[in-house]
Design a protein around this ligand. Structure first.
Ligand SMILES: Nc1ncnc2c1ncn2[C@@H]1O[C@H](COP(=O)(O)OP(=O)(O)OP(=O)(O)O)[C@@H](O)[C@H]1O
Ligand SMILES: [Mg+2]
Length: 270
């Protein structure tokens, strides 16, 4: 199947007129999930748009498998917070349309679309229009449609941001299971630290605009149910929240004086 591509941002500088929006270096391995976390307006969406070839860099390079993105064509697929389904086409037809764009013969499309919809848990909903589906279901259709293009990189811009907590965690599990089947490279933007911790191999914390890499946190890819309650996870969560200025910087002596185990969990080994 379509394994993930390597993504490199090298001295990438993005701007709107004379307002700088991002200055980033980043190297993403094939099949890695990297989460971009940063304050509102810092330039996260702008970085994804540059990778999708929708915005030309002022300087530096964005490469997918060694090719400048402008030439990489269909290797990257963008997934938005608001689903971008065609409202007058049924779920099945939305997916079939993506298969058509990929050149899948007409006779094959319905069956493949059905398989993709089943894969995202929408067996039996092929004939529904987007307006007849819930937000979570529409995001599932969007995921199926994205997979139909066999992307080597998925650029996901707060794709679950508009969903309620339970639907959101279902979608996170679905994304992990889909990713484990396709091993596509994923750049995922979120505001939600727990979502970042759950999904990421690496979390890249960005500064306020222009987005620069403030800190990179390697996560030992837990992705198992309940992992977010383990001490290692708590330590990462604290470290990230501290970097974002949302909790005081971790001072072990101030954090949990009567709890040596908790102190270890928060300070770690670095
Ligand atoms: N088309 C545009 N023209 C001019 N300025 C823009 C344009 N798109 C974004 N900007 C500006 O660039 C900066 C970064 O925007 P961007 O949408 O990348 O932020 P973001 O990190 O995705 O924010 P959020 O978390 O709120 O989605 C903002 O100051 C925004 O106003
Ligand atoms: Mg954004």
């Amino acid at each position: 199947m379509s394994a993930g591509a390597r993504v490199r941002l090298e001295g990438l500088r993005l701007a709107f007129g004379d307002m700088p929006a991002a200055e980033v270096d980043l190297d993403v391995s094939p099949g890695e999930i990297v989460v971009l976390l940063g304050p509102s307006g810092c330039g996260k969406s702008t970085i994804l748009r540059a990778l999708a070839g929708l915005l030309r860099p002022v300087a530096g390079r964005a490469e997918v498998d060694g090719e400048p993105v402008g030439d990489a064509g269909g290797m990257c697929a963008m997934v938005f917070q608001e689903d971008a389904l065609l409202p007058w086409r049924t779920a099945g037809r939305n997916v079939e349309y993506a298969l058509k764009l990929r050149g899948v013969p007409r006779g094959e499309r319905r069956r493949q679309a059905g398989e993709l919809l089943t894969q995202v848990g929408l067996d039996g909903f092929s004939g529904y229009l987007p307006g007849q589906l819930s937000g979570g279901m529409r995001q599932r259709v969007q995921l199926a449609r994205t997979l139909a293009t066999r992307p080597r990189v998925m650029l996901m811009d707060e794709p679950f941001g508009a969903l309620d907590a339970q639907t959101r965690s279902e979608m996170q599990r679905l994304l992990v299971s889909v990713w484990q089947q396709y091993w596509t490279t994923i750049l995922f933007v979120t505001h939600d630290v727990d979502e970042a911790l759950l999904l990421a191999d690496r979390i890249v914390l960005l500064t306020p605009r222009p987005a620069r890499v403030a800190k990179v946190v390697d996560i030992p890819a837990p992705r198992r149910p309940g992992a977010q309650f383990e001490p290692e996870f708590a330590r990462h969560r604290y470290e990230i929240l501290a970097s974002m200025g949302e909790v005081p910087s971790a001072e072990p002596s101030q954090m949990a004086p009567e709890s040596p185990a908790g102190t270890r969990a928060l300070t770690g080994t670095e």
